[in-house]
Design a protein around this ligand. Structure first.
Ligand SMILES: NC(=O)c1ccc[n+]([C@@H]2O[C@H](COP(=O)([O-])OP(=O)(O)OC[C@H]3O[C@@H](n4cnc5c(N)ncnc54)[C@H](OP(=O)(O)O)[C@@H]3O)[C@@H](O)[C@H]2O)c1
Length: 362
């Protein structure tokens, strides 16, 4: 009997979920050039919920289709090649990349190199190329199996933190003396706060978070000041600032813009962790909200520096950050359908402990 299973989510109601027999399985017929991977372990954070919440807007549902109104949420993690009809890829090899929440995935391998390959399946062709790349872990500098949970969790998120910090520095922090981050307890915000704090002549790094998460955010040591959402009025004392918004909460964005008024020089929309409170903040005072999309900035830096140099810079910065996470991060590994469903629901409802990093397997 096949162990192939897909975790599917109703695209219009993320609370409706089901486990169904997998579209891809050991029994799949493989055409020439196709490769079957067993998805072994993947990270799950609010970023993956966001893929679902804005799936229609940005196209995240198109990576791993499902039937009718259902979709498969993408995740970052590791898989093993179990069958291959591409001469350059052999069973047994371990791969890092973008997977569905499924037990198996069939890809159309193309541009196979010593570093990895690209999934050239036609339905993925129009999507940002960074999501279609798969890495051979054996070719990854510094790869160690014991570090896979950290890599699955932080490689995509910290790359975003790095690109945000780089973008802000490139723009001289828009003349600000403070950087204000919402959903300050999120892993992407923590990475950005770590990097901003390390800059010479730096800005004050202010974290906005839920009252329940203020103690945790303070303990990480990455922020100069932690402000609870119900105390946004205290920003009246903040200097000229930039706002980096990971929460996407319309009411909060309005409150921050109003409190800072003309002292807000740039407002950046990165995420929607508060996905159920996502609302247009179009008529708030102050600067327009500018969307930050990491793959776009990565493409620009790859043009400037080359892919290898960007990869090396992110890698070096991430080593420093990962060493610092030892004082607050607990990796929690879960296996099987019940574990996957339970973490998914906790994340959806905002019940997940920010000190935990979930790594799952079906
Ligand atoms: N634009 C891009 O290119 C890009 C790239 C990477 C990530 N992102 C975005 O950055 C955001 C952070 O992602 P992450 O994976 O780093 O998050 P994470 O570590 O899982 O963040 C967890 C935190 O998010 C808030 N949160 C999560 N779920 C919530 C819910 N249902 N209701 C209310 N608050 C909730 C809480 O923070 P607080 O209590 O502090 O609010 C929680 O502690 C996501 O929206 C992600 O999509 C964007």
């Amino acid at each position: 009997m096949s162990d192939a299973v897909d975790f599917i989510v109703n695209r219009t109601d993320l609370r409706q979920t089901a486990f169904v027999p997998g579209r891809d399985s050991l029994e799949s017929d493989l055409d020439a050039g196709r490769v079957l991977l067993r998805v072994d372990r993947f990270a799950f954070t609010a970023n993956n919920v966001t893929y679902g919440a804005v799936g229609d807007m940005i196209g995240y549902w198109n990576f791993f289709p499902a039937q009718d109104e259902w979709g498969r949420i993408p995740v970052w993690g590791f898989g093993d090649i179990v069958r291959s009809r591409h001469d350059g890829l052999r069973p047994g090899e371990r791969i890092y990349g973008y997977f569905p929440m499924s037990a198996y995935l069939v890809v159309q391998a193309d541009r196979v190199s010593a570093a990895g390959f690209v999934d050239a399946a036609p339905h993925r062709a129009a999507l940002p190329p960074i999501y279609n790349q798969y890495l051979r872990v054996a070719a990854e500098p510094g790869y160690a199996r014991a570090q896979e949970p950290q890599m699955a969790l932080f490689r995509p998120l910290f790359t975003t933190s790095f690109l945000l910090d780089d973008f802000l520095a490139d723009n001289a922090f828009f003349g600000a003396r403070a950087v204000i981050l919402s959903s300050a307890s999120s892993k992407t915000a923590l990475g950005l706060a770590f990097l901003c704090r390390a800059r010479a002549g730096r800005c004050e790094v202010v974290g906005l978070t839920s009252p329940a998460n203020t103690a945790f955010v303070g303990q990480t040591g990455y922020y100069d000041r932690v402000v609870a959402y119900d105390d946004v009025r205290s920003l009246a004392r903040a200097p000229v600032a930039v706002f980096i918004d990971f929460a996407g909460n319309g009411a909060l964005v309005g409150a921050v813009h109003r409190e800072l008024g003309e002292r807000l020089t740039y407002s950046c929309s990165v995420g929607v962790t508060h996905w159920e409170k996502m609302a247009s903040a179009a008529d708030v005072p102050g600067p327009p909200r500018i969307l930050f999309f990491a793959p776009e900035h990565a493409r620009r830096r790859i043009g400037d520096w080359g892919a290898a140099a960007l990869h090396a810079r992110v890698g070096e910065a991430m080593r420093g950050f990962l060493a610092s996470t030892a004082r607050w991060l607990r990796i929690v590994e879960g296996r099987g359908q019940a574990a996957v469903e339970s973490v998914y629901r906790a994340m959806l409802d905002g019940r997940a402990d920010p000190a935990e990093g979930h790594v799952l397997s079906l």
